[in-house]
Structures are given as C-alpha cells and as structure tokens.
Write a protein that binds this ligand. Structure first.
Ligand code: ADP
Ligand code: MG
Ligand code: ZN
Length: 622
C-alpha cells in the first residue's frame, strides 16, 4: 500500500464525503466563464492600445509634414514687410493661416492674434501692397479630424467602460433569455423518487398556475422556497420540473455568479434578474448555491461587504414583491448551516424542503429513468444495483449508468451487461482497477492483512453489513478494498451501530499492528472517517455521556464559552476515548479470531479477491 490511501467501499464514506464531483465541475464551469470574460476585456484593451499606437504614428507624421511647411510668425511678418506675400487665406475662428510667398510653396503659420493680423494686412494693402486676403467661413468639416483627435483618449475611455459593463451584463442576460425563451420541458415525470417532496411542490405549481384562486381566499403566495441537499440530489432538476409543470419561464442564476470581478455588480445583477422576472411573471427564479451570497454576515472584510450588498439587494427584491406578481424564488444550497438567518424570515425563504439522497425505491426509479435510453442487456438487474448503492445521489447513479455504457463499449460488448455496471460502480466509488501496477510482496501482505482485518472484525459485529467482496487489487488511490453489502436505508443510526462502525473502520490498522507489528499510511482514510464519526457522535448527536445531548457544532467561540473554558479539551478527550475504545475492541476481536484473519489474508495473497460466497464459507463453522 505504501502511500496509498485505503478507501473502503461503504455508505458511510459517501455520507461523510460531502463534496460530490458535480459540485466541483460546476465551480470549474464558473471559473471558465469568468475567465472567458476576462479574456474578452483584455482583448478589447489590447485592440484599443494598438489603435492608439497607430493613431499616434499618424499624428507624428502629420506633424512632421507640418514642420517642413510652417513659417514662424515673425518670419511671416518679415515677409509681409518685404512685400513678398501674395496671398493669405484664413478661416474664421482658426489661428492657422495659409500663406503664399513669391516663388515659394504655400505654407502655414500660426497667428497669435487674428484680428491684429487682419488689420496689419489691410494696412499693407492700403499702403499699396498686393496681398490677396481670403477669409473663409468656419468649416465644421475641416475641424472634425482635430476634434476627434483631441477627444480620442476620452472616447476610448468611455468605450472601454461601456464595454466592460456590457460584458458584465452580457453573460447574465444571455443566460436569462436562453433559459426563458424555451420554457423548460422537464416535468415531475423526470424526477424519480422524492414523492413527498414532489407532493409539496405541487402546491407551488398550483400557485403559479392559478394565483387568483389563492389571493381571492386571502392566502399569501409563498415567496421563497429553499431546497437543502447535497450536490447531485436533484435540486436543480426539481426546480426546473416545477417551472415545467406550471408551464412558466425558468430564470436561473448561480450564487457564485453574483460575486464576480467588479465590486458592486452583484447587487445590480440581482436587480436586473428581478426586473426580468417581473416582466415574465408568473415565473420561477432559481438561485443555485445561494450560500455564496447568503452566508452569515459576520465579518466586514471586502468580499463580505460585497456579499452583503448582494444579499441585501436580494432581500429588498423579495420584500418588494407586490401581491399581483407571482414570482416564486427557489434557492438551493448544500450548506444550510451557513445561511444568514435574515433569508429565512417570513415572506422570504420561509419554506424549506430537504432533498435527501434517494432511498432504495428512489434509486431503482432513477436507474430506470437513466437506463431507459441505454442498451441494457436482459441479465441486468437494476434492483440489485439499487440495493448495492445506498447513499448514492441521483447524479452518481446517472453517472454509473453512463460509465457502464463506456465500460461496455471498451469491453466490446453488444449491450451493457451486469459486470459492466459492477465495474462502473467500483470505478465511480473506488477508482479504476490497476492490475498492471507492480506491488512488492511486503506491501501485498500488508494490504491483505489490512483488508482481512476489516472483513473479520465486521463479521463479528452484529450491526455491521455483510461483506460482499474483499480485494487487494489496487483501485484508484486505494491499495485494496473491502466492500459491504448495503442493507436497508436507515433513517436513524444508533449509538451502538456507530461504535461498531468505528471498530470496523479501525480493524484494518489493528490487523497491521497485530500481525506485522508495524503500521502503515494505508489506514489514513479509515482514520479520517473514524475521527469524523467520533466527532459527530460527541458534538452533533449528543452521544457522549459526559457532555450530554448538546449541539457543539458550528458554534462561535463565545457561545462555546458558556459550557466552560475547557470545553474544547473535554470534547477532544471524549472523541479520543471513543476511538481508543474502538481500536482496543478491534484488536480483541482479531486476537480472538486470529485463525480467520490468517486464513482470509492468505487466500487474498493467493487469489487477490474473495467474494461473498467464499467469505461466508470461512465462517460456516460458527
Ligand atoms: P443538484 O442541483 O442537487 O446538485 P441536479 O439536479 O443538478 O442536482 O442533478 C444532477 C443530475 O442527476 C440530474 O440532471 C439528473 O440527471 C440526475 N438526478 C438527480 N436526482 C435525480 C432524480 N431524483 N431523478 C432523476 N434524475 C436525477
Ligand atoms: Mg444543481
Ligand atoms: Zn482500511
């Protein structure tokens, strides 16, 4: 295993791994979008700089030509006195005059005081000099180039600002139009499972369809609905389905889009979003990742202040809905604890709906929906896949079927077969199998005992699921894995079950210590998950006898102080006690069943994998 992380294939891992892949993809997209904008702005600036450069070269040339052909005023006066000047041409309002001197080209000269100059020439003419004086009316056309050149820098600046602001608005507008022009075709049929949640949403659909019915009765139409749930559970999907069912426009924006590039724009984007919504009402406004703008207004740093303005604008907009406007704002977040309480007040997001990961029935339905457009072989049993994927989100299930199609193609299958899907499940959860990787005998032995440790320990823990497969073939970052059969979806997990989970998680490390009298980095993921569970037991689920049923999570330091100065130490000790106890119990179990541990580890070293049936065989004597 060496530096590999050992990852277990378990629901618990899913539950404790809140960052779904999808979320990160979204972030990447957002980044890409703002990068694109930045690129456009930079290009525009570059183009403008080039124009300025070219313009100044031209100007310089003009100036040079002028230099050759100009006549200093004093020289001009001299020539006039000498009687060499034949013709003077001047434009009213301009100090530049054209002069023709005998036997010379026409030249220009700058006259400081045109009135005095005209008087001078008229005097000379009166004295008998033959000077032709032409006074042209002011010509706008002649002056335009000069005007433009003088104004050029200002014009460029204005153009630049206009462009930047246009660009800022462009993404948003483009998106709004795009989404609204073609009303979403998604309906509740496309949303599998979530029956109760859909039932609650039907009311909102009805509000949107027949607002008068409710207002006549004096009922206030709900303003905002918050959807809580981890990434990929179908929040966006269900929001779209509401719009689709009610046949109203769906205007969407992501919270992270509001806080981009230029300060102060977030608020104006919110204003524009709702301006558009008012025009389209009745409609749905969907704000994804609302935690990006709506997180607690605690500190006063720059970014925070910017967020405040955006959040305040959102609150102003929502408070300002008149009763005739049927605009329902749906917002989604996977971090409800981060939200500013002001968002949850009556008249704002006063309805909150939790979107859970699908249960067994829901998973089966999701698999059916996403399997419908794929070539599934008859031997594919979606029921058993649904059984094996407790804790998976809709997005992950959709992803599995997609991966299965890819795997099937790679394997040269005509249709997607059961083992393609099983392979896809493992690929999505533990990573790709890496058969070709060379592993030293020592590492193999370590992995074999580590995995056998998990498997044996969980076999003797009544609350833990049955082992489905143990393997020492590296997969993704994991050196090996122990896969459990998932049982029923549970809504509650008991303290006993959590304690036994800790024992099972530490079984790997305990086996390494017991057999090889050394420990490895391979247990790092186990330890991470175990620590998280133990911490939750103490601080979230009130399972510590010493500290009692108190929620210590997400508390500010001053709130913690009321439990005593040393509360942090006490929590730490309780977490440690849980882990220590579990580790001891794991060791005890392994010592008591050392024969099984050796047997399974040896089998793993010989055949790399032990399946469910083989595993049960080892225990048929008990
Ligand atoms: P969220 O917004 O909660 O992160 P999405 O609504 O974007 O999740 O879901 C991502 C994808 O996962 C959907 O486009 C859909 O393909 C699939 N999916 C998620 N939940 C369901 C569901 N209940 N029924 C059908 N498909 C689902
Ligand atoms: Mg979403
Ligand atoms: Zn492990």
């Amino acid at each position: 295993m060496g530096e590999e992380n050992n990852k277990e294939f378990q629901n618990e891992n899913n539950r404790y791994n809140e960052n779904g892949g999808r979320n990160e993809n979204n972030k990447q997209n957002d980044n890409k979008k703002s990068n694109d904008k930045l690129l456009i702005v930079l290009t525009v600036i570059a183009i403008i700089l080039v124009i300025i450069a070219i313009a100044s070269v031209f100007l310089m040339q003009n100036k040079k030509e002028q230099d050759d052909n100009t006549l200093a005023y004093t020289d001009l006066i001299k020539e006039i006195s000498n009687g060499n000047v034949e013709k003077v041409e001047m434009t009213v309002g301009s100090t530049t005059v054209k002069v023709k001197i005998k036997e010379q080209e026409e030249k220009t000269s700058i006259v400081p005081n045109t009135e005095a100059f005209v008087n001078l020439i008229q005097d000379k003419v009166a004295e008998g000099n033959e000077i032709e004086l032409i006074q042209k009316p002011r010509s706008v056309w002649v002056q335009i180039p000069t005007i433009i050149l003088n104004l050029l820098p200002t014009l460029i600046m204005i153009a630049l600002f206009v462009m930047i602001f246009k660009l800022q608005g462009l993404g948003e507008k483009g998106k709004v139009y795009e989404e609204t022009e073609r009303k979403t075709k998604v309906t509740f049929k496309d949303v599998a499972g979530l029956e109760e949640e859909k039932a609650e949403m039907i009311e909102i659909v009805d509000f949107l369809k027949k607002p008068e019915k409710y207002t006549k009765m004096g009922a206030k139409i709900p303003r905002g609905v918050l959807l809580y749930g981890k990434p990929g559970t179908g929040k966006t999907l269900i929001a779209k389905a509401i719009a689709g069912e009610a046949n109203v426009p769906f205007i969407s924006m992501s919270g992270s889009e509001f806080i981009e590039m230029f300060a102060g724009l977030g608020a104006s984007r919110v204003r524009k979003l709702f301006e558009r919504a008012r025009k389209l009402a009745p409609c749905i406004v969907f704000i994804d990742e609302i935690d990006a703008i709506g997180s607690r207004r605690a500190s006063n740093s720059g970014a925070e202040t910017e967020n405040n303005q955006t959040l305040n604008q959102l609150l102003v907009e929502m408070d300002g809905f008149s009763s005739e406007e049927t605009i329902i704002v749906l917002a989604a977040t996977n971090r409800p604890e981060m939200l500013d309480k002001a968002l949850l007040r009556p008249g704002r997001f006063d309805r909150q709906i939790t979107i859970p990961a699908p249960d067994l029935k829901g998973r089966l339905e999701i698999l059916k929906i996403h399997g419908a457009d794929k070539k599934l072989s008859d031997d594919v049993n979606l029921e058993s896949i649904a059984e094996d994927t407790a804790g998976f989100t809709g997005a992950e299930l959709a992803n599995i079927l997609n991966e299965a199609a890819i795997v099937a193609t790679k394997n040269g299958h005509e249709e997607i077969e059961n083992d393609d899907i099983e392979e896809a499940v493992k690929k999505v959860t533990v990573g790709l199998e890496k058969k070709e990787r060379v592993i030293s005998e020592k590492d193999k032995k370590l992995t074999a005992y580590h995995e056998a440790g998990h498997a044996v320990v969980s076999r003797y823990l009544p609350t833990q699921s049955n082992v489905k497969e143990v393997s020492i073939i590296p997969r993704g970052v994991a050196g090996g894995y122990t896969m459990y059969k998932s049982d029923e979806d549970k809504y509650y997990i008991s303290k006993t079950e959590m304690k036994e989970k800790l024992i099972a998680l530490l079984g790997g490390r305990a086996a390494e210590k017991l057999v090889l009298d050394d420990i490895s980095t391979g247990a790092s993921n186990d330890i991470e998950v175990a620590t998280q569970i133990a911490r939750d037991m103490v601080t979230k689920y009130g399972m510590s006898d010493k500290l009692g049923p108190i929620d210590f999570q997400g508390k500010e330091p001053y709130e913690m102080q009321m439990f005593g100065e040393d509360i942090g130490d006490k929590i730490g000790l309780e977490v440690k006690a849980l882990i220590d106890e579990a580790y001891e119990n794991a060791q005890k179990l392994l010592i008591a069943h050392r024969d099984k541990l050796d047997l399974i580890a040896e089998t793993l070293l010989r055949q790399e994998k032990v399946n469910e049936r083989e595993f049960q065989e080892f225990f048929k004597d008990i």
